[in-house]
Design a protein around this ligand. Structure first.
Ligand SMILES: [Cu+2]
Length: 335
């Protein structure tokens, strides 16, 4: 150890502050576990901060000891004081701290997983590379939609998670924890949103080439708005309103889209792809990959694989532009 060489805390402090700012700057907005909008996410954020404080204290203690032995008292230590340091710092201290943090974390689990008196039940299947969402509504019957989960604020909701193909993972960081969707079983997640708003959900388990293009919106609404939204979703699709939409509907049926897609109230009753009965009311298309304007519909139908590599829908770029545009109009008007 070379005496007299001064460490440079100001530079290190600046670097750490910059790093923290860069990291935490990404924690705002609709996809942040540190900006919770649900019961589960609040608990998890609290756990995070306790862990962070614990980590910071330990780091400070280790730095203080390192400073003490290299700068303040660099001379050799007696064997017995070294033994005590190893015993205390290497065994007793970590055992106590880790046991405390683990007990605190484990004590949260029953609450995070309790489904008790849920108000609503939603089944979500992760598929390559989109989300099939089914409301087991009582009054108007079950209703299926895709890539959007709407929830009433302040209500407890059970989400039943499954997958028909590979392992996916359902995660809305602002609302709650992350749970895997495993082929052959149904996992449960309980969410209880506390703030209205639109939050981002993602697939958190690598599931193939377009894994990163598999997002969804979680929309938390006031209870009465939610009820009327669900009642509207339970209705069959509205009839085509104008000549363009009528041409679009005919083209949709003629080109075989109905082999994979359902539009309740028409002959299209396929189930391999997303239900399109109210696709015009969605906030995004193709699992958060595009907006939901007429041009987005047209773009998706013609250039499917340029937008989402390997998606299980054929691209229809061979169709005349007028036909693509008519279908886009028809679908975007299915509110
Ligand atoms: Cu996935």
């Amino acid at each position: 150890m070379i005496r007299g060489r001064k460490p440079k805390p100001p530079f290190i402090a600046w670097a750490l502050a910059l790093l923290a700012a860069a990291l935490l700057g990404g924690c705002e907005g609709g996809q942040s576990a540190l900006h919770p909008a649900g019961r589960g996410a609040e608990d998890i954020a609290q756990l995070f901060w306790w862990m962070w404080i614990g980590g910071a204290l330990i780091w400070a203690a280790v730095m203080a000891i390192a400073f003490y032995v290299t700068q303040a008292r660099p001379e050799a230590h007696s064997e017995s004081s070294a033994r005590w340091l190893i015993l205390g710092g290497g065994i007793i201290f970590p055992v106590v701290v880790l046991t405390a943090l683990l007990s605190y974390g484990l004590a949260m689990m029953p609450e995070l997983r309790s489904s008790g008196d849920a108000d609503l039940r939603i089944a979500v299947a992760g598929e390559q590379w989109w989300w099939r969402v089914r409301y087991e509504g009582d009054a108007g019957g079950a209703v299926e939609l895709a890539n959007e989960v709407r929830l009433p604020v302040g209500r407890k909701v059970i989400i039943e998670l499954s997958s028909p193909d590979v392992i996916h993972s359902f995660w809305i960081p602002s609302l709650g924890g992350k749970v895997d969707m495993i082929p052959g079983r149904v996992n449960q997640l309980v969410l209880e949103p506390t703030r209205t708003g639109v939050y981002r959900g993602v697939c958190a388990e690598y599931c193939g080439s377009s894994h990163a293009l598999m997002k969804f919106e979680a929309v938390v609404m006031p209870v009465d708005e939610f009820d009327s939204w669900l009642a509207a979703q339970q209705q069959p699709a509205q009839a085509a309103q104008n000549a363009t939409a009528r041409q679009g509907m005919a083209a949709f049926l003629r080109n075989g889209c109905g082999a994979c897609h359902s539009i309740r109230g028409t002959d299209a009753d396929g189930s391999m792809g997303p239900d399109l009965t109210h696709v015009g009311s969605r906030l995004t298309l193709a699992a958060g990959t595009l907006g939901a304007q007429v041009t987005d519909f047209e773009h998706w139908i013609a250039h499917t694989h340029r937008i989402k590599p390997d998606a299980y829908m054929p691209a229809f770029d061979m169709l005349p532009e007028a036909e693509l545009r008519a279908m886009a109009h028809y679908l975007s008007e299915l509110k």
